[in-house]
Write a protein that binds this ligand. Structure first.
Ligand code: ZN
Length: 317
């Protein structure tokens, strides 16, 4: 069960603040962010009410001084019990893990493009298609336009889903005006639907950067935002296929959402993927698309805001 709550981090790095600053997350996601580093909460609020405060502002211990680690643990336990008893509806949620205890894993591949032309990585694609592995592509609108015919062919396979990664892959969408954010999401969505014949329902922020307002704008357009459980690190040109394989196999657990690149930026991904797939299968994992895991049949809301944006003639790239 996903139990969201609002976390307010104080005094974190500016870049990190964008990622974990003020948003609803599950407790597990909070303590293990998508870089795999551990975080410490300074303040946790539920519906605006502070239930766990910083050492300076709240002392749930003996009242004589700052929380010691034992009382801190005890207070976190109370918060957990509170969250279990009073679940809060999910909203403003960035999904970083599948809601399952089964050995299921989602393979997601980003196809980013902003400046230079990018094309589909044939080695990655051949492995996925020849083995008929369910996977999810997050494509930017510009990439979709450039790789239109190939995307159309791929999307015709029933184990492939193509989702929205913005139009122009701006690395800081939280710095854009709300109208521009809507355009980035809606024009890319229209392009993807036109090419694949299927309306995308999941969105991934370029470079993973967003804030609460941008997240809400995207959700108001009918999308659910899906990021990743841990970064594979495949845009690192120095990462060998062996290290990439070890990293992914050692960190994957039930419900992991894996992220790779399929636009040539995953330098070792094509060579590592066969070993990664073999390793995961030998550990008993099954691969699922996001739709299968997050939006099972019979539980599909009608997207809000669909068709709300109508660019003037000549504006659609
Ligand atoms: Zn990207």
């Amino acid at each position: 069960m996903m139990i969201p709550f609002e976390v307010v981090l104080l005094g974190t790095e500016p870049n990190e603040f964008n990622r974990v600053g003020s948003k609803k997350r599950t407790l597990r996601d909070f303590f293990r962010n998508h870089h795999g580093r551990e975080s410490s909460p300074q303040e946790i609020r539920i519906d605006g009410r502070k239930v766990l405060g910083s050492r300076k502002t709240v002392d749930p211990g003996d009242g004589k001084g700052p929380m010691n680690s034992a009382s801190s643990r005890s207070h976190i336990l109370k918060v957990l019990v509170f969250l279990l008893v009073f679940p809060i509806p999910a909203a403003g949620e960035v999904i970083t893990r599948l809601p399952t205890r089964e050995p299921r894993i989602a393979l997601t591949f980003d196809a980013c493009e902003m400046g230079q032309p990018h094309y589909l990585d044939a080695a990655v694609l051949d492995t996925l298609l020849s083995e008929q592995i369910p996977f999810t592509l997050f494509v930017s609108g510009k990439f979709a336009r450039r790789n239109r015919e190939e995307l159309r062919r791929i999307a015709a396979r029933d184990f492939v889903e193509v989702e929205n990664h913005s139009l122009s892959h701006h690395h800081h969408m939280e710095r854009l005006a709300p109208g521009r954010v809507r355009e980035e999401v809606l024009v890319a969505g229209q392009l993807i639907e036109e090419i694949t014949g299927k309306k995308p329902q999941f969105f991934r922020f370029p470079a993973g950067n967003y804030d609460a307002k941008t997240l809400r704008t995207v959700e108001d357009l009918g999308y659910r935002v899906v990021h990743w459980t841990f970064a594979s690190g495949d845009p690192d040109i120095h990462l060998t296929p062996e290290r990439l394989t070890r990293r992914v196999l050692s960190r994957s657990t039930n419900g992991s959402i894996l992220i790779f690149h399929i636009n040539g930026r995953g330098y070792a991904t094509g060579r590592a993927l066969p070993q990664i797939l073999d390793g995961l299968r030998s550990r008993g994992y099954r691969f699922v698309t996001l739709k299968e895991a997050l939006d099972p049949p019979g539980n599909r809301p009608t997207p809000a805001g669909a068709g709300a944006f109508s660019p003037r003639a000549g504006e659609v790239p």
